[in-house]
Every structure is written in C-alpha cells, then in structure tokens.
Design a protein around this ligand. Structure first.
Ligand code: SF4
Ligand SMILES: [Zn+2]
Ligand SMILES: [Zn+2]
Length: 327
C-alpha cells in the first residue's frame, strides 16, 4: 500500500476514504480534520483559555497533543473516578514530557464518593452518575479556573453511537443538543468536541504514531453501558459498508441537526447547595451526591425514585462514553 499523498510506504489505511497514508501525511490529515471541525463550529480562538478533559486514554491525550501542536492555550484536567488504579499514570507522564499544565480533581477527595460506590448506593446506573459527575466537575473547574472552553475527546464512533441510541428511542431533545459545540450560557462554559470527524481507529493510530503512552484497559464497569452496544451495532454495519458511520453522523450535522434545533430552553438559576446552574432548586449533581452519601439537602426530603427518573430525563444528557479506554 502506498501513501495517497507521496506514494511512500503507507502505515495506516482508512477504508472509508479508500486511502492509505504514510506517518507524516496521516498526522497532517488528522490535524486538518481537527482544524476543519474547529473552524466549522467556531469552537475556539487563539485567545481562548481551553480546558481539555483528560482520562489518560487515547482520545483525550490525542486531543491534548493536537491542540498543543496547533498552538492553543490548553490545560488538562484529570478527574479521578476511583475506578481502580488503571488510569492513574499516562496523563501525568504526558504532561511531564511536554511541560503541559495539568490539574486534577478527585471525586472521593473533593466530593466524598467514588464511582463504584455511587453505582451501588444511588438510584442511577453507574454510567449515568459517572457521566453526570464528569459534566459537573469539568464545567465547575473551568468556571473557577477562568477557562472559557471545555474540550472533550469524543470521536466519530462515540457520536455516531450516541446519535443511534437517541434516534432509536426518538429522544428529540437529546438529538437537538447533540452538537459538537454547545455555546456558553448562564454559568455553563462552551463545550466542544474537536475529534468528532475522526474515528476511534484514527485517534488510536494518531496516539501510536505520536508515541503517546495511553491507557488501553477498558473501564471495568463498561459492561453495563448501553452506549457500547450501539457502538458494536455501528461497527457491524461499518464492517460491511465502510463509511456508514461518517455518513450517519456527519450527515446528521449537515442535514438533520437544523431540523431538530429547538429554541425553548429552561431558565437556569444557581443551585442552592453549590451555586452551579440548574433548572430546579438543587442541581442534579448535588441531588445525586446527597443520595449517595445519605444526606439531606437544605432540609428537603430525599427525592423519590420517580422524581430522580424525571430529573434524569429533563436535565441530564444521555450518557456518553467520551472514550472507551480509560474512563
Ligand atoms: S464505562 Fe465510562 S461512563 Fe461508565 S463508569 Fe466507566 S468511565 Fe464511567
Ligand atoms: Zn505520504
Ligand atoms: Zn449543586
């Protein structure tokens, strides 16, 4: 196989493009796709302060690496979930090797619970409370640290799987919110997904070719994650019809998303417990945390299972594994 650009020996084949690339031209193609995503959705500008959500897996480290290479002002934030020790190393080594800034938040140390405990004690599934915790911690850390953008390593496979799940259940609200760039609003920083045009295979190849030592173990709790089943279904279709995944998600962005766009957004107000934005008196994170720790919020009785289910439907985006490895 020869490189599409220079006819040298190719190291990566991209079936959906019917193309292969040498190391140099694969890395160039990868950066071009990220720049295209950033430009198309006006994700970030050179004077933005960007926080990258880092797990230690291939996607988040590839994202951190490519944004540093493009000259953006980027700081990594690692969130310790308490799921074993499996992802506790690579992000630190990455930051040390590049002199990159890294912050850490630890759920147990800073908020009093870890994800395995949350899964056992709360009324949410483990992955639901994990996704909720990530969204909360990254937004709060960004606000408190003066960052105006949070970038996550969601790739094309993640996004296509989420869209498939939302479409199978016709969750129109969630479909409308599935944009690679969510603008800032009342206490919520801008959220962007610069890798959404690149597949899981491509981010793995990028990390490998850039010599990034990433965590390859899967989260041991992933078995309960419905997202994984949608990914497997998408992969089965992709195997026989290369390009379907990209057509599905990138086609949605071009032609589907405008049809689902909705203007009616609930008013946000500060949570009585933590001050972060919410639609009710207490935010979903504080309610979940209180339930896990067996505490009461402001003298209010604990919510019933039904109330929690309604709140999840209203406030919480569908669970997204923004990286399979290491989350
Ligand atoms: S699979 Fe992902 S979302 Fe689920 S518990 Fe593990 S890291 Fe969290
Ligand atoms: Zn080449
Ligand atoms: Zn709160």
């Amino acid at each position: 196989m020869k490189c599409r650009s220079c006819r040298a020996h190719a190291v990566v084949e991209i079936r959906r493009h019917h193309a292969a690339f040498c190391t140099e031209h694969f890395l160039a193609m990868f950066r071009t796709q990220v720049e295209k995503a950033i430009r198309r959705f006006q994700m970030m500008a050179p004077d933005d302060r960007i926080m990258v959500a880092v797990s230690g897996g291939k996607d988040s480290l590839a994202l951190w690496d490519v944004l540093l290479g493009l000259g953006y002002d980027v700081t990594g934030l690692y969130l310790g979930l308490g799921i074993g020790e499996y992802s506790d190393r690579s992000h630190q080594a990455f930051a040390d090797a590049r002199g990159a800034r890294l912050q850490t938040v630890d759920l147990e140390r800073d908020h009093g619970y870890d994800i395995p405990t949350a899964g056992r004690r709360g009324s949410r599934s483990t992955c639901a409370v994990c996704g909720l915790s990530k969204r909360y911690v990254f937004n709060r850390a960004a606000l408190e640290g003066g960052f105006n953008v949070v970038a996550t390593g969601h790739n094309l496979d993640d996004e296509a799987a989420t869209l498939l799940g939302n479409t199978l259940r016709w969750q129109t609200g969630a479909i409308a919110r599935q944009s690679p760039a969510l603008p800032a609003r009342d206490g919520m920083v801008r959220k962007v997904k610069p890798l959404h045009r690149l597949s899981e295979l491509e981010t793995a190849a990028y990390a490998f070719l850039r010599g990034i030592d990433y965590v390859v173990e899967e989260c041991p709790l992933v078995a309960g994650n419905t997202q994984l089943r949608y990914k497997e279904a998408m992969n089965a279709i992709e195997h026989t019809s290369p390009g379907t995944k990209a057509q599905f998600f990138l086609g949605y962005l071009e032609r589907g998303m405008p049809l689902f766009r909705s203007e009616d957004r609930a008013e946000l107000r500060p949570c009585d417990e933590c001050g972060q934005p919410t639609t009710g008196r207490f935010c979903a994170f504080c309610r979940a945390r209180a339930q896990i720790l067996g505490e009461r919020l402001g003298g209010e009785p604990e919510p019933t299972d039904r109330e929690v289910a309604e709140e999840l439907a209203d406030e919480v985006l569908p669970v997204e594994i923004y990286e399979r490895a290491g989350r």
